[in-house]
Ligand binder design. Structure first.
Ligand SMILES: [Zn+2]
Ligand SMILES: [Zn+2]
Length: 121
């Protein structure tokens, strides 16, 4: 029986991994977060509409729409890596979660999802 290689962790290891399920997830999570943060930095680090700058609620948005279809097809990580690798990322911008939903609603990208945004501010 093999065990997790992290110090003070002797959980069993499944498959070919060197880490237990918990530590494996933790590692994957860290990598994912770093790539996301890198993309957010490249794109300026704040919401282009309202200036919100907490990366945890910032989302990479396609300026011309259609982003959710691309994300669905390739997965977030692939899209992020492509942005990092590309010299030209003018097709992308940062929006905070609020502005992104409002934009989607206005562009009717919500496709049957039941979202109501009050126009009375
Ligand atoms: Zn472990
Ligand atoms: Zn915003």
């Amino acid at each position: 029986m093999r065990h997790c290689t992290r110090p003070e962790c002797d959980d069993q290891v499944r498959y070919r991994s060197r880490l237990c399920v918990y530590h494996d997830n933790e590692l994957a999570c860290k990598v994912r977060r770093n790539v996301r943060q890198e993309v957010i930095e490249i794109l300026g680090g704040y919401c282009v509409r309202c200036g919100f700058d907490d990366w945890r609620a910032l989302q990479v948005d396609h300026v011309h729409g259609g982003g959710s279809a691309e994300y669905k097809k390739k997965g977030n990580m692939k899209v992020y890596r492509e942005i990092i690798a590309a010299d030209d990322f003018t097709g992308y911008q940062l929006l905070c979660a609020n502005c992104n939903w409002i934009k989607r609603y206005k562009n009717k990208e919500t496709k049957g999802e039941k979202i109501r945004v009050s126009e009375k501010a």
